[in-house]
Design a protein around this ligand. Sequence first.
Ligand code: ADP
Length: 403
Amino acid sequence: MNILVLNSGSSSLKYQFFRWPNPQPVGSGLVERIGANTDASLTHKVFNSANPAAPPVERRDSLPLPDHETALHEVVRLLTEPPGGIIQNPDEIAVVGHRVVHGGETFAATTFINEEVKAAIRRLFALAPLHNPANLRGIEVAERLFPQARQVAVFDTAFHQTLPEYAFRYALPTALYAEQRIRKYGFHGTSHQYVAAQAAEYLQNSDARLITIHLGNGCSMAAVRAGRSLDTSMGFGPLSGLVMGTRSGDVDPSVLLHLLGPLGYSAGQVSTLLNQESGMLGLSGANDMRDISRALAAGDARAQLAYEIYAYRIRQYIGAYAAVLGGLDAIVFTAGVGENDALVRRLVCREMSFFGLELDEELNEQRESGLRDLSGVGARARVLVIPTNEELAIARQCAELLG
Ligand code: ADP
C-alpha cells in the first residue's frame, strides 16, 4: 500500500512516501518559500529500498511556486517522472496522511477526512491561526490531486485528549471554558505517543510510567502512563512550558500585562516577542543549540546561563510529572536537541538519583542511532534516547485506520 504523508505549513510542504508495511520511506522531500517573491526551493530524495543505509539520490530545484497547488503538482511530477520516479501514476497512492496541528476537543484519534471533518478543522482556525489554515489547504489540494486516495487527518493534539479535566482546565471563570473552549490542549502528540510506545515496548511494561521530553525547535514534555497522556507542558497554544529555540515557555502572565500596559506594547508586539524573540534566542543571542553549544565551549557566559535555564525548566517538569505519575519508570529524550545534545541530558539528569535516575556519562557522550539506554549502574528508572519519527507514526496510524 502506498502512503503519502504530508505536512503542509504556511509556506512549506514536507512529504514522505511509504510502501507500507516497509517502515523505511522510499522518497521524501521539502518545499520551502511557497508563494514568496523569490523562487521556492525544493529538495527531493529517493532512497535505495534494497539498501536503506545507502545515501539517497537527491535532487534540488529552485523554481517559482506561487501556491500549495503548484507545489504539490511539482511533487507529483517528481514522484512519477523518471529518473527517480517512484510511481507511474498518482492513482497508485492509496492514502494521504495529513498532519493537522489542532483537533480541539473534536478529535481524540486519527480520522478519515470528509466534509464534516474539514468544517471542524476550519472551526478550529481561531485556536491555531498559523497552522490549521495551511493544513486544510494541503488537504484540499491533495483531494484534487489524488481523488482516488483516502485522506486521513492525524492531529497533534489528539494524544493529549486523555488528560483529566483537573489537568486540562485553567483556573479561569468557567464560562471561558464552556463558551470559548479555553483549556490546555497540548501539542507534539504524535511524537510523544510514538516514543512512549517504543519505550514501553523496550521496557516490556505496558503500564510504564514515562516522562517524554521532546526537544526540537519547539519543546514539550508529557507524563504518560499505560500509553495515555496524563499531562503535558504546552497548553492552549504552543507557548507554555519549556524554554524553546525562540519561544519563552512559562512566563508569569503579569509580565504580559506589564508589557501591554505601562510599557506600551501592542498585542502583536507581545506575540512576536514571545514566539520569535524569546527562548534560547532571547537569552543567548542564538536559537540553534549547536551554535549555543559552540559559544559555551568558547566561554560565553550568556550561553552557559541559557543552558542552565533550559535544563532547570526540564528538571522542574520531571519533578512535577513524577508526582503526576506516582513514580517513574523512564524518561525519554527525543527530537533534534534531545537526541543529539549530550550536555542538555547531563544537566537534566544531574542529581536525580532520588528519582532512581542515573546517567552513564560515557554512554551519554557516544553518538549512535536508534533507541539508546543511557542508564548507569543502580538505576531504578531508565534514561532513554529514542529518535522521534512523526512521519512514520502518521503512516502507521493511516495503515491502522484502514485495517
Ligand atoms: P523541529 O521541532 O523543527 O522538528 P528538530 O527536532 O529537527 O526540530 O530539532 C531542531 C533543533 O535540534 C535545532 O534547532 C538544533 O538546535 C537541534 N539540533 C540538531 N542537531 C543537533 C546537534 N547535533 N546537537 C545539538 N542540537 C542539535
